[in-house]
Design a protein around this ligand. Sequence first.
Ligand SMILES: C[S@@+](CC[C@H](N)C(=O)[O-])C[C@H]1O[C@@H](n2cnc3c(N)ncnc32)[C@H](O)[C@@H]1O
Length: 205
Amino acid sequence: MTISKHLQEICQDAAEKVGISYDLEKNLLWDSEARLLLELSTHHAHEGVVIEIGTYRGYSACLMGMVRKLADGMEVYTVDQSQWLSADALLTRDRIGRLGLRDTVHCINLSSGPASVQIVRTAIGEHTECSLLFIDGDHSENSVLHDVRTWLPMVAVDGLIVFHDRVRVSEVDAAIQKMLRTGEEPVASEQYLAAYTRDQFHESF
Ligand SMILES: C[S@@+](CC[C@H](N)C(=O)[O-])C[C@H]1O[C@@H](n2cnc3c(N)ncnc32)[C@H](O)[C@@H]1O
């Protein structure tokens, strides 16, 4: 995937603003993964929302929110089962506020099941699709399968599905291999981050 110089500058600017400058202790993404996620987040930024499963402390949600905001793109919805008043949720909201992303990154403190789908659907309306689905919640095989089954219908035909913690012979990888058509490889990857297009998945799995 190639991006324009202008977008590269946006990504760089976003990375610096969010503070990913190699401060890996605080972050769950390697720097190269964060940069790829920034690039991928500009995919059809004006035509669909980003949906993330697994907010934790809002690091990746804010990365994607920042680049979306800088690119004047659509918003980010991030889902996590952590309680609204949990330390993680408080830290996330604090980070969102400090970065000026309250109108861009929306937290849903619920598990990734149908109730949160309904909330996102109501918020974005019937005609808006998801241009990037980031799966980074529970990494068990069944949960990854469940999350993709639950959220894939919202993804645009030319949308991206991005997984974190995809390691060969892991449960995340096992789930991905069950869902993909034979022989499909990621369209982009860095370390443990791998992106696929919707048409690489079986219609039913
Ligand atoms: C690896 S962390 C996410 C990291 C985050 N994406 C980042 O890079 O900053 C996984 C998160 O998934 C959440 N989670 C696990 N199972 C979930 C489920 N069924 N529904 C929603 N969130 C879930 C956990 O509470 C945890 O905060």
